[in-house]
Design a protein around this ligand. Structure first.
Ligand SMILES: [Zn+2]
Length: 247
């Protein structure tokens, strides 16, 4: 069985902006990748000429697919939760959806935002962190969502849960406290792919210059905080799959 990496995000463009380097890097290392994005991003302030939320959602689904292609993501899924409204959703139901994806794709490693909401502190990012963390724990238990356990689907515990983090914050945003980095991944060779994937989100083009400027300034590393692990090592890591067994 190959190694598998899953990323759970809130909006199209999170996959590129937050996780693009490691997504592309681990494909290069023959790891299978899956991104599950909870919303089609229909509440974005950059509208890309869309006349309605529905139209913007359709545009952003296509942009997400194009970004996934650049990052060579094996499986890219956009669910249909309302952008900006994740805090109003039924946690048990969202974790149910995510649990099903975890049980189907069966990643050893799961990545998502930290509960602070990442660098932007977006409420949706905080909520996706909570939902993904619940699903990480519950997908492994036969007494959670037992109706999913049919047709060959069995419980699945990923071996590691990481929260995206950084060693800097954005000065023009509300203050946040990020999780401390325990893994620092050099994405050097794939910096350009990450930028290209971010630019696949053409409706969000006003965000491009700042993103590119920040990332070229020195963010050749993506940093993560190990939130849960089935192994006991607390060493600083340079590989998200360190200590992971193929199962
Ligand atoms: Zn986002």
């Amino acid at each position: 069985m190959p190694l598998r990496l899953m990323v759970i995000t809130a909006h199209p463009d999170d996959e590129a902006g937050g996780f693009g380097g490691v997504l592309r890097l681990y494909r290069e290392r023959q790891v299978e990748t899956c991104v599950v994005c909870l919303t089609p991003g229909q509440a974005a302030s950059n509208r890309g000429g869309a006349k309605s939320d529905q139209e913007l959602a359709a545009i952003r689904r296509k942009e997400f697919a194009a970004a996934c292609e650049i990052l060579k993501v094996n499986r890219g899924i956009v669910l249909d939760y309302p952008d900006g409204q994740l805090y109003r959703q039924d946690s048990y139901k969202v974790a149910c959806d995510l649990s099903r994806h975890l049980r189907e794709f069966r990643p050893q490693v799961l990545l998502t935002f930290g509960p602070e909401g990442g660098l932007t502190g977006h409420t949706d990012h905080s909520m996706v962190s909570v939902f993904a963390t619940l699903a990480f724990h519950w997908a492994g238990r036969a007494n959670r969502y037992p109706d999913q356990l049919q047709g060959g689907i069995t419980p699945h515990h990923a071996q590691k849960l990481y929260y995206a983090t950084a060693n800097f914050t954005l000065s023009d945003r509300q203050p946040i406290l990020l999780s401390f980095p325990t893994a620092s991944i050099d994405i050097g060779d794939f910096l350009e792919a990450k930028i290209a994937a971010f630019k696949a989100h053409a409706s969000q083009s006003p965000l491009w210059p700042r993103f590119e400027e920040n990332i070229r300034k020195g963010a050749r590393q993506e940093m993560f905080h190990l939130a849960v692990s089935s192994s006991r090592s607390s060493a600083q890591q340079t590989d998200l799959f360190a200590g992971v067994s193929e199962m």
